[in-house]
Design a protein around this ligand. Structure first.
Ligand code: SF4
Length: 399
């Protein structure tokens, strides 16, 4: 793309116009030479909407079950019953982790789990039925209720695809929920693709779950994966689908731009990791497509060497960072310490602020369905801007 074309593309967006869908594909033509100008425009757009505040959510990671009915080509999280150890975390195990996180100032209980394991494994079904549940989603709902009622943490459920009934049951205990769209490419679920044996990763099913979230008014986190075989144009397509959902319902509180990392002993173990330059392009393109108001995240633990560089491409959030639990989806990638995260963020000219799993501007939306008890809990945890009371200095090792 010629510099003059780039100027024409970005100047309208910086003046407050949404990038027209018909012009979004031209972002894919930006070469290495044009990348610094795209990143500069994306940064300016972020500054317009978010200023110089960068957030993270202090969390504990609760892998409720690692059993999963699906098989994604890049996943080391999923287990079979033979390799799982415990099929599900017990209520006692969950409370122990949540209370330990509470003692460290965590405010989010991230429930991440495999997709409907009871549909594949009789052992999972039996485990649930013995405890009075028919489905993993029912057990998850009860565990979210328990954590919401018995600790100071706020649940943020990521159970994969959900029906309307299942999401409605989770709502009272989840001020927000999450599900990565990952990609809208149909090629990825064809023969040999990473989603060939993962019916829950069909874009239509995932977009429908996100749409139900909008219909129910649930603040939702979603995002895309970069480097699993999709093209730039397919990434643009996925981001435009997210924008459509946001335009229709206003419930997309955050978009994660997550880079693929090859893991040994997986079908994609020999693939190349997503490259920094491609991730920078994707982050900047996402900011241009989604506009100044969107919260845009890159996970720092997946980019340990250069995560601060993505601030220069338009992000304003680091996502959940745990001082206690590992990232069970990427166990090889430790979270940065909070002091380091603060220092690298400040060195780039930004202030680091802890936030709840629901973003400040979405607390009102979530309050529409939360119990009075949950609303009071959130009010007691936040300052007048909706961030966690006390700020970053609250956390051990950062004062
Ligand atoms: S990525 Fe999620 S859905 Fe896919 S196999 Fe792993 S746990 Fe299952």
């Amino acid at each position: 793309m010629a510099p003059s074309d780039m100027d024409a593309l970005t100047s309208g967006i910086l003046r407050g116009n949404a990038l027209p869908e018909t012009e979004a594909a031209s972002l894919a033509d930006i070469t290495k030479d044009g990348l610094p100008a795209l990143c500069a425009a994306a940064s300016e757009l972020r500054d317009q909407g978010k200023g110089r505040t960068v957030t993270f959510s202090p969390k504990v990671f609760i892998p409720l079950t690692m059993l999963c009915r699906d098989f994604c080509g890049y996943c080391t999280f999923r287990r079979d019953p033979e390799s799982a150890g415990d099929l599900y975390m017990s209520p006692e195990q969950i409370l122990k982790v949540a209370r330990a996180g509470q003692a460290l100032g965590c405010t989010e209980a991230l429930f991440t789990l495999g997709e409907r394991p009871e549909q594949r494994y009789p052992e999972a079904k039996e485990w649930l039925v013995r405890r009075g549940y028919q489905t993993t989603l029912q057990y998850l709902t009860d565990m979210c209720r328990m954590v919401a009622e018995e600790t100071s943490l706020l649940p943020h459920a990521n159970p994969g695809t959900m029906s309307r009934r299942e999401m409605a049951a989770l709502r009272p205990y989840n001020p927000s929920m999450g599900m990565m769209l990952e990609s809208t490419s149909p090629r990825l679920y064809q023969e040999g693709g990473p989603h060939e044996f993962a019916p829950s990763k069909r874009p239509r099913v995932r977009l429908r779950t996100l749409e139900i979230g909008g219909e129910l008014g649930v603040p939702f986190t979603t995002g895309i994966l970069v480097g699993i075989g999709e093209t730039r144009l397919e990434r643009v397509d996925a981001l435009l689908e997210i924008r459509k959902l946001q335009d229709a319902h206003g419930h997309i509180q955050e978009v994660i731009i997550q880079n693929f990392r090859a893991k040994p002993n997986t079908p994609m173990g020999r693939n190349l990791d997503a490259q920094s330059e491609e991730l920078l392009w994707t982050v900047a393109a996402a900011r241009m497509i989604l506009g100044p108001g969107m919260n845009l995240q890159v996970p720092p633990n997946l980019n340990a060497q250069d995560y601060q560089d993505y601030l220069g491409a338009g992000i304003n959030d680091w996502g959940g960072v745990s001082p206690l639990t590992i990232d069970f989806v990427n166990p090889e990638a430790p979270w940065p310490g909070l002091a380091e995260l603060r220092d690298r963020t400040q060195a780039m000219g930004f202030q680091l602020q802890p936030r709840l799993p629901v973003y400040p501007e979405y607390i009102g939306m979530a309050g529409g369905y939360l119990s009075q008890q949950m609303k009071s809990k959130i009010a007691a945890m936040t300052d007048d801007q909706g961030y966690v009371t006390g700020g970053i200095e609250n956390y051990a090792g950062t004062s």
